[in-house]
Design a protein. Structure first.
Length: 157
């Protein structure tokens, strides 16, 4: 191969590695946010009955179909103050949730904004695991593409 071909391939691999690095960073950020909530589970000694205040619609599609999912925004009252929390990890098909539906919410007494809806705890734990696995896999791919790009670029000189 010509040196210019090796350099060109190295630059292409580097661009792909940067795209993978961005995806890895986004997956890791999502993992960290979920992990921060689940790490405080032992502190969540408060329990209150909440209700679904609104439903956020999310459009999804694949090659053949389009559909709409939704996730609930729950509302709950602690010490006379109302709090809301979007439960975006509990996305389901439209019609699964209904506004006004009730749920048990565990919260940290000195920080009521930190909460977990009991019904969705297992989904949150599965999401955390999925994001961690995704971070590791894409991170490994990022590393491989970065090494490949460096080898291609060095081979050009």
């Amino acid at each position: 191969m010509k040196n210019s071909d090796l350099l060109g391939m190295g630059v292409i691999f580097l661009v792909i590695a940067l795209a993978f690095a961005l995806i890895t960073w986004l997956l890791f950020r999502k993992y960290k946010s979920i992990n921060a909530i689940l790490n405080r589970e032992r502190e969540m000694t408060g329990l209150v009955r909440g209700s679904i205040k609104e439903l956020v619609k999310v459009s999804r599609r694949n090659r053949s179909f389009r559909w709409t999912n939704e996730y609930p925004v729950v509302s709950y009252v602690v010490d006379g103050k109302e709090y809301t929390s979007a439960i975006n990890y509990a996305e389901k098909n439209s019609g699964y949730y209904r506004i006004g539906g009730t749920c048990d919410i565990h919260y940290v007494p000195n920080d009521p904004t930190c909460c977990v809806v009991e019904e969705f705890r297992k989904q949150l734990q599965k999401s955390r695991t999925s994001y961690l696995v995704g971070t590791v896999i894409v991170g490994f791919m990022t590393f491989n593409m970065l090494v490949s790009s460096i080898m291609q670029i060095l081979g050009a000189f």
